[in-house]
Design a protein around this ligand. Structure first.
Ligand code: UDP
Ligand code: GLC
Length: 400
C-alpha cells in the first residue's frame, strides 16, 4: 500500500475530477459515489451512461451531471457479453470518445463501475488523464463471465493507475484475477452518514408504534427488515422460507428489482403463498427514508447467497442501533464479528437464519448488546467523514 505524502492534502483540495458511473439507478455503488461527488460538486462532474433517479439525487447536491448513453451498450449483460460487445462496437467507440473529450477538462478520471471502467480506460490514449477505479464487485468466476474478467484484467494491468476496492474480499478477488497486483490495491470501505440515524434519538415502544403507523407497518408485530434490491443472489427467498419456521414474525422487504429481476420478484410472492406466510410478508418497494424504516424494525437481516462485496445495508442496520443478522461471506466478515456486534449465519441456510432470529427474539438483552456494539463500530469504522477523507487522499495519490 502506498503511503500518502505530506503534500497530498493541499493538492487534494484543488484537484478536479470527472466521475463516471454506468447506472442511473440507486444501487450501493451509486450511493457511495453520491456522497463523494457531492464533496467535489464545485470542481467535479458526473457522467452517467444511462438516465434514472440517480441523476436527480446528484443534481440535488449541486453536482453537474451529463448522460452519455447508448442503448446498444447499455443492453450488454453479463451473460451476453461475448456477442453483445460486437454488436455494440460503434456505440462503444462514440462513448469512449465522448468520455475522453470530457475527461480532458479534469485532473483525474474516477471510474465507479465496470462499464465505466472499460469505456473510460479505453479512451486513455485520447485523454491522458490518471485513472482511478473504485471496485465494488468480487471479480470471481462465480460472479462474472470469462470474457468480462479477461477484459477487466487487461485494463487493470495496462491502463488503470490506481484501484481502490470496497473491501478486502473484493481486493483479494481482483489480485487473484490479475496475478498479484495487490500492491496497487487499497481498500476503502464505504462510509455512512450515521447522524441521520442518530437524529431519531432513543425511541420507546410508543414512538416505534407511531413510526410504524406512519410507514403503514403492523404496530404490534415482531418485525424483521430485509433491505436491498430484489435479486436472486440477495437471497430474499431464504428469508421468506425462514418465516415458515418462525411463529408470528413478520418480514418487511424494502427494495425493488432495479435491474429487471421481475420474474424473481414474482417467485418471491409465489413462494410466500405456497408456504402460507403471505400475511406476514410486506413488500414495500424502493424507499428513500431508510433510517426511518430501519428504526421501525426489531432486527435487520442480510441474506445474500453469494459473497457480498461490502454490504452498505449491514452498516446502516448497525447505525440504526438494531441487531443485524448477516451471511458470513465476502466483505461482510470485515464488518460483523459473530456475537460481538452482530450475528453471522451461513449463506442460503434458512434453518440457521430462523434459529438466529429466534435467539435474538428470545433474548432482548443480547439483541440490545449487539445493537449497541454495532452502533459504536459503525460510527468508529464506517463514518462518512472517514470515507471521504480516505477517498480524497486516494484521488490525490492517483496523480503522482
Ligand atoms: N436502499 C434504498 N432504498 C431501498 C433499498 C435499498 O435507499 O428501498 C439503499 C440502501 O440503504 C443501501 C443501498 O441501497 O445504501 C444498497 O447498497 P448495498 O451495498 O447494501 O447493496 P447493493 O445493492 O449495492 O449490492
Ligand atoms: C456493490 C456491492 C455492495 C457494496 C456496494 C458499495 O453494489 O454489491 O456489496 O456494498 O457496491 O460498495
Amino acid at each position: 500500500m502506498t503511503q500518502p505524502r505530506l503534500a497530498a492534502d493541499s493538492s487534494a483540495q484543488t484537484l478536479t475530477v470527472l466521475f463516471v458511473d454506468q447506472s442511473g439507478q440507486l444501487g450501493g455503488a451509486e450511493f457511495a459515489l453520491l456522497s463523494l461527488a457531492g464533496r467535489y460538486a464545485s470542481r467535479g462532474k458526473v457522467v452517467l451512461l444511462s438516465e434514472g433517479p440517480f441523476r436527480a439525487r446528484l443534481e440535488a447536491l449541486g453536482v453537474h451531471v451529463q448522460v452519455i448513453g447508448n442503448e446498444r451498450v447499455s443492453s450488454i449483460h453479463r451473460q451476453s457479453i461475448r456477442f453483445g460487445w460486437l454488436r455494440a462496437l460503434p456505440g462503444i467507440a462514440s462513448q469512449v470518445r465522448a468520455i475522453a473529450a470530457e475527461a480532458k477538462r479534469f485532473d483525474v478520471l474516477f471510474l465507479n463501475t465496470q462499464k465505466a471502467l472499460v469505456l473510460g480506460a479505453l479512451g486513455k490514449p485520447f485523454h491522458r488523464r490518471p485513472v482511478i477505479w473504485y471496485l465494488h464487485d468480487i471479480m470471481s468466476a462465480q460472479h462474472f463471465g470469462f470474457v468480462q474478467r479477461v477484459i477487466v484484467k487487461w485494463i487493470v494491468c495496462h491502463v488503470v493507475d490506481r484501484v481502490v476496492a470496497n473491501s478486502r474480499a473484493s481486493a483479494q478477488a481482483l489480485a487473484a484475477l490479475t496475478g498479484g497486483a495487490a500492491d496497487r490495491l487499497t481498500v476503502v470501505h464505504n462510509g455512512i452518514d450515521t447522524s441521520i440515524f442518530d437524529s431519531f434519538g432513543s425511541l420507546d415502544a410508543s414512538d416505534i408504534a407511531v413510526l410504524r403507523r406512519r410507514l403503514g407497518l403492523p404496530e404490534h408485530a415482531w418485525l424483521a427488515g430485509l433491505f436491498g434490491r430484489i435479486a436472486p443472489w440477495k437471497g430474499q427467498h431464504v428469508a421468506i422460507a425462514a418465516l415458515a419456521r418462525l411463529q408470528d414474525v413478520h418480514l418487511v422487504l424494502v427494495g425493488d428489482a432495479l435491474y429487471g429481476e421481475h420474474a424473481y420478484a414474482q417467485e418471491l410472492r409465489d413462494l410466500a403463498k405456497r408456504i402460507g406466510v403471505t400475511e406476514r410478508v410486506h413488500f414495500v418497494g424502493f424507499r428513500d427514508e431508510i433510517p426511518a424504516w430501519m428504526k421501525a424494525m426489531d432486527v435487520i437481516l442480510h441474506t445474500s447467497t453469494e459473497p457480498e462485496p461490502f454490504g452498505r445495508v449491514i452498516v446502516e442496520g448497525m447505525a440504526a442501533a438494531k441487531p443485524v443478522i448477516a451471511t458470513a461471506a465476502g466483505g461482510v466478515t470485515e464488518i460483523i464479528q459473530h456475537q460481538h456486534n452482530g450475528w453471522l449465519v451461513q449463506p442460503g441456510d434458512e434453518r440457521e437464519l430462523a434459529d438466529a432470529v429466534s435467539s435474538l427474539r428470545a433474548s432482548p438483552d443480547l439483541a440490545q448488546r449487539l445493537a449497541e456494539q454495532g452502533h459504536a463500530d459503525a460510527q468508529r469504522d464506517f463514518s462518512l467523514d472517514g470515507f471521504l477523507r480516505k477517498m480524497t487522499q486516494e484521488i490525490a495519490n492517483t496523480t503522482r
